[in-house]
Write a protein that binds this ligand. Sequence first.
Ligand SMILES: Cc1ncc(COP(=O)(O)O)c(C=O)c1O
Length: 405
Amino acid sequence: MIPLIDIKAQNACLEAELLAACQAVIGSGAYILGEPVQAFERELGAFLGTPVMGVSSGTDALLLALMTLCIGPGDEVICPSFTFFSTAAAVARLGAKPVFVDSCPYCFCLDPTKVKELVNRRTKAIIPVHLFGQAADMQAIMDIARRHGLWVIEDVAQALGAQVEGQMAGTLGHFGTFSFYPTKNLSAFGDAGALTVQDPELEKKAQALRAHGAYKRYHHEYLGGNFRMDTLQAALLSVKLKYLKQHNKERLQQAARYQQAFEPLAGCYTPLLSASCGTSRMPVPQEAEILLPTLHPGRSSVWSLYTLQVLTGQRDALATALRNTGIATDVYYPLGLHAQPCFRQERLPHLPTVESLCAKVLSLPLYPGMTSQPQETVIQGLKEVMGQGDVVPLDPLSDSDFVKC
Ligand SMILES: Cc1ncc(COP(=O)(O)O)c(C=O)c1O
């Protein structure tokens, strides 16, 4: 079976370096925070161009950002419904209300044109999520935030290295939250995350909240938590961070290869996007069966997922047919957060794009270390399922185009 993501493939060739980093930490006798965490914070800070704080997970980074802003009962936070659970759960766990906004049908991120109507005097913040690797429309989101005096917490769990007009996602809003869950672009060997805070005073407060709300040992200014990063995870992440650019480049090349192979197929269509969300410069043709993922101008993607939209109502049948030929796929996400039992409100918000995406999305295998052979099998598999096994892609890429670690 060709897996959707093969974590072992990217770690195998780093094994010697990873084991040496482990041994150094084990021998040090210090396992929470410490110099390896500070070193990782410096290195990731240099990559992003802003100071970074290592934390225990992406979920805890979100919680920490919201706690730093004292968000709680009576407050509302606008966030997408089409995202991973943590984005809204962090809001609800603090007693505030997540207010769900519809998504862009092309980039999957929250649609800023739908945000304004949700803002009221209780609204404190917006959490844009840079979904599946592509940066959200931060210019529009920051404009709305400035106009209404709102905080912006960027959820960068899926998009470390994505950019908006050359600026890194996670450095455009007031906070950036990152996850190093094992399937992410920069992946740990367990749970780990990071937080960026643009305001130095708020950054100090977040530092205190990370360790039980104490600036000074055993003197607790705030009701914080244990959001500390493990030393071992930091040491391993420092090794993997050196390869992040290469791994993101491989992802980009694999996405380009899919695009090049699928575009000539009858029924596959790539929308021509303008800078703002929600609109394609050309209407999607009636005969389109599969919408290929693509980018809004000015916003890059680090392709954490390569996600098609199956427009024929046959998404699950397509997934089954691919599985039967040995190709794994997955659905991120089958149900919007607004419809999850734990978030259900009296009146279900009307989010037509989220509902449509949940019924249509299908992600194909893509991961660092995936060579041309398994990718060719996926390409051939999709072509055959579409009854076009004989269509030859234009100028296929060779393995020498792929970066090796
Ligand atoms: C968009 C998004 N936000 C938050 C998280 C939470 O990160 P973690 O699993 O590190 O807590 C994830 C992880 O899956 C995610 O994809």
